[in-house]
Write a protein that binds this ligand. Structure first.
Ligand code: SF4
Length: 225
């Protein structure tokens, strides 16, 4: 621990090395957060089984300070999107993400969560959860192994290590707006794109009406013998 916390370049007398640490506020703050990430208890499909294995005794992500998975979004700072994101599920995922307190992170686990996977372009599947919420770490694989998920955790920790309190978005005075929950109808859409979708639909309808109202071309005259 002392090697991680101490800032290099400051000589501490040998007799004080057991009592004194010299570090920065950012370093100790990031060390505290990266060593106690609490993931949400939440799985979507086959990848979730690998996530459960990662939590169990053989791989045991409690070694990273994660301990048990929390069943409430109010108590977590990591969402692991583990599995196929269906259009029906996407609004609930965004709602859960909005309910998580800042700072919060997202791992897209597996090909489905990262880009749709084998179901990409399927009528009921979202081609990647990053279409709706920001993703910090992508883990490839179908499914990724527990080792790959552990590697993703380590990458996330490295990312947290580089953050600074002075620039973190959750320490600004302005409130962070919630992400609009996608609307599920005949298809799913992001309400932020509603005006663009309306304009596109109206243009398409106008072209269709114009084509229907255009006079039919006269039939070709029969050739003279
Ligand atoms: S990436 Fe593969 S294993 Fe993971 S949810 Fe999709 S189909 Fe299942």
């Amino acid at each position: 621990m002392s090697e991680e916390i101490n800032s290099p370049g400051y000589d501490i007398p040998p007799e004080m090395q057991a009592q004194v640490r010299i570090t920065t506020l950012d370093k100790i703050y990031n060390w505290g957060r990266r060593s106690s990430i609490w993931p949400m208890m939440f799985g979507l499909a086959c990848c979730a089984i690998e996530m459960i294995c990662t939590a169990a005794s053989r791989f045991d992500f409690a070694r990273f300070g994660m301990e048990i998975m929390r069943p409430s979004p109010r108590q977590v700072d990591l969402m692991i999107v583990s599995g196929t994101v269906t259009k029906k599920m996407a609004p609930q995922i965004v709602r859960l993400y909005n309910q998580m307190p800042e700072p919060k992170y997202v791992i897209a686990m597996g090909a489905c969560a990262s880009g749709g996977g084998p179901f990409k372009e399927g009528y009921n599947v979202v081609a990647g959860i990053d279409r709706y919420i920001p993703v910090d770490v992508y883990i490839p694989g179908c499914p990724p192994t527990p080792q790959a998920l552990l590697h993703g955790f380590i990458r996330l920790m490295e990312k947290i290590d580089k953050e600074s309190i002075s620039t973190s978005r959750w320490y600004r005075k302005e409130p962070i707006p919630a992400i609009p929950v996608p609307i599920l109808g005949p298809d799913i859409f992001d309400p932020r794109q509603a005006s663009a979708i309306t304009a596109y639909t109206q243009e398409k309808l106008a072209k269709q009406t114009q084509a229907e109202q255009a006079p039919a071309e006269p039939a070709a005259a029969p050739e003279q013998a």
